[in-house]
Design a protein around this ligand. Structure first.
Ligand code: URA
Length: 337
């Protein structure tokens, strides 16, 4: 865990954060009081993503000059750190603040990227300009997600469309899209809840501690990532690894449904209660539903689906591994049949 307080105490920090546009810089730095504190603390934010490739300032660092740390009221400084933690700030880029404004590299205003998720892919292929679209209300975002997901004809297209989709707020705080890992042709597909910190950094699902356990569980039944396909309900890391809100899950749902439809596995394994409840539409908790076979309509046909414990839960409750072992044996048997 980063001790941001210590780092600020040393006179300044540089943080990695995300913004779509230079105008969003203020949003990344927080509300006005916190922004003031950030300036006082010499916080330097590097904008790391969604910078249009055509702009020359895409990789620049934007700095705020260190003024005087001692002027920050203690509570405000703590509020500032809380804000960053909540916002998903997860990397210190350096010990010393850098005043890039002093170098005269102030960025030119950038055009707002259009919400291309609303664009059918072939419109773009024909080279037509993307229409500018206002930010979407949640219902509109869910509808846009359904339309966008439906328009994908392949998993590659789906990944591209999802990467451009701006209807889910999690995209703004995540480092990158975490789409899938493994073999899309595999007969078994495993779906978790949402990426964590390691997944957010690597851009692949289940690569952290719970992913390592998942790999061991797969190996125990003779599988590895060349023989399974892995994804999540929500493809962007929620800030601070919080649980995705029901609204965020609902907005992302059409994409994972389409991903399952396009991958067309014979067996779907829901890792954890939230995945099972979202995909299978069941209300019961995972302790009740794990190890049972459900029918799942993947858009084209019925397939078998089983909820099992999430590996992160098994890391916290190792005694439950014996139940997960039974589930994995049942999965092995189903794949043999
Ligand atoms: N937990 C999940 O649900 N998914 C991941 O990718 C990693 C951890």
């Amino acid at each position: 865990m980063l001790n941001l307080a210590d780092k600020v105490g040393q006179g300044g920090v540089r943080l990695r954060a995300q913004a779509d546009r230079v105008e969003d810089f203020g949003r990344v730095l927080g509300p006005p009081l916190l922004r003031y504190c950030a300036i006082m603390a010499g916080v330097v934010v590097r904008i790391t993503r969604n910078i249009p490739a055509s702009t020359t300032w895409g990789t620049a660092h934007y700095g705020i000059r260190l003024i005087h740390m001692a002027q920050i009221p203690a509570k405000a400084a703590l509020d500032l750190l809380d804000f960053y933690t909540e916002a998903g700030v997860d990397a210190l880029l350096g010990e010393e603040p850098v005043d890039c404004f002093a170098t005269g590299e102030a960025p030119p205003p950038a055009p707002r990227p259009a919400q291309t998720a609303l664009l059918p892919l072939d419109l773009e292929r024909k080279g037509r300009a993307a229409p500018q679209v206002a930010p979407l209300a949640p219902d509109e975002a869910a509808m846009a997600a359904r339309q966008a997901a439906k328009s994908a004809k392949t998993l590659d297209e789906l990944r591209t469309i999802l990467d451009r989709f701006d209807g889910c707020g999690l995209k703004a705080t995540a480092t990158q899209l975490v789409f899938a890992d493994g073999n899309p042709q595999a007969r078994a597909m495993f779906v978790g809840e949402a990426p964590g910190r390691d997944e957010d950094i690597e851009g692949l699902p289940f690569v952290g501690r719970s992913g390592k356990l998942l790999d061991r569980m797969l190996a125990a039944i003779g599988l590895d990532r060349t023989k399974v396909y892995i994804a999540n309900i929500v493809p962007w890391r929620p800030p601070g690894n919080r649980t995705p809100t029901p609204q965020e899950s609902q907005i992302c749902l059409p994409f994972i449904l389409r991903q399952i439809e396009l991958a067309d596995p014979d067996i779907l394994v829901c890792l954890g209660g939230p995945s099972a409840q979202t995909l299978l539409g069941i209300k019961d908790g995972i302790t009740k539903t794990r190890g049972r076979w459900f029918s799942f309509h993947n858009g084209a046909r019925e397939i078998r689906a089983m909820p099992t414990f999430h590996p992160a839960f098994l890391l916290r409750s190792p005694l439950q591994k014996r139940f997960a072992w039974r589930d994995f044996l049942a999965i092995k048997k189903a794949l043999a049949g």
